[in-house]
Design a protein around this ligand. Structure first.
Ligand SMILES: [Zn+2]
Length: 294
């Protein structure tokens, strides 16, 4: 049963969903993805929106404390089939918390990755790039970005500047390559990017900024690079950190897209860091990592 919007000044969830789907059309998501509205009633009013990378229980609690009517996340809550929404599982508890607290959930995932501006663009800007091109075309959509820095930088200085632009996480930024290696052409892909090395090599990038670099794909990429002058170097910026850069831009674009109707709308970016790691042991300081793997 639909509800009546309380006052005519309020935006409805229907208005916000329509704006999101103009910015991030559903048909630009990858075929395996599950994007769009997860919970909520299209007629419910939306006065406060909470933005986050992941719809974790902590994010939902934060949204509830903030009085949010809608949570928009990058990652889907329900990517694979579940058989219960009881509070006996974390996903069930998340769905239940959302519904009993009248909080809608909307996910813009691979459709936000390929948007321009989208997740890739935000990461490219944090790397100091402008005027980028697509790194690759996947299912007809442009994924990742590649472009040139205004001037060449040492690899360590490039990584330091990116680190400054990222939220702090326990894992920090990991780099493969010599600290004084020269970087000019940069390829970026927010989130898990170790399936795209072929496109990175084809792009002529000196460095590839992505996340979730598994041992074998990363090591094999470095082995290939060793035969061709050492590039592309690798920067693992962290999955959460690399994608969180998109959220402030989402907030401003959504408000702009909604126009005057958004005058009373509040949009907040979550302060919860949904990176799964809490601390590290034994990490070496940058001065001890000179790219010598011997
Ligand atoms: Zn991701």
């Amino acid at each position: 049963m639909g509800r009546v919007t309380e006052t005519t000044d309020d935006l409805s969830l229907r208005d916000v969903v329509a704006a999101l789907e103009r910015l991030y059309p559903l048909d630009t998501a990858q075929s395996w993805d599950r994007v769009g509205l997860v919970s909520g009633d299209l007629d419910q009013p939306v006065r406060r929106i909470h933005l986050a990378v992941d719809p974790t229980l902590a994010v939902i609690e934060e949204a509830k404390q903030a009085g949010a009517d809608l949570v928009i996340t990058h990652h889907p809550l329900l990517l694979r089939g579940i058989h219960s929404v009881a509070t006996t599982t974390a996903k069930g508890a998340a769905v239940t918390e959302l519904i009993v607290n009248d909080i809608a959930l909307y996910c813009a995932h691979t459709n936000a990755d390929v948007a321009d501006p989208g997740v890739g663009q935000a990461l490219a800007e944090a790397c100091g790039l402008s005027g980028t091109q697509a790194l690759e075309i996947t299912e007809g959509q442009e994924l990742g970005r590649v472009g040139d820095l205004p001037e060449p930088l040492g690899l360590a200085e490039f990584a330091r500047r990116l680190h400054e632009a990222l939220p702090r996480t326990a894992g920090g930024v990991r780099v493969s390559g010599p600290a004084d290696g020269t970087v000019r052409r940069v390829a970026v892909l927010g989130g898990a990017g170790d399936s795209s090395f072929e496109a990175v090599r084809a792009s002529g990038a000196d460095v590839y900024v992505t996340a979730d670099l598994r041992h074998h794909p990363a090591l094999e990429a470095r082995e290939e690079a060793s035969l061709t002058g050492g590039t592309p170097y690798l920067v693992d910026a962290g999955h959460f950190a690399s994608e969180s850069l998109w959220l402030p831009g989402l907030a401003s674009r959504l408000v702009t897209e909604l126009g005057p109707a958004a005058a009373r709308l509040e949009v907040h970016v979550s302060q919860v860091r949904t990176d799964p790691w809490d601390f590290v042991l034994g990490a070496a300081a940058p001065e001890h990592t000179q790219g010598d793997h011997a």
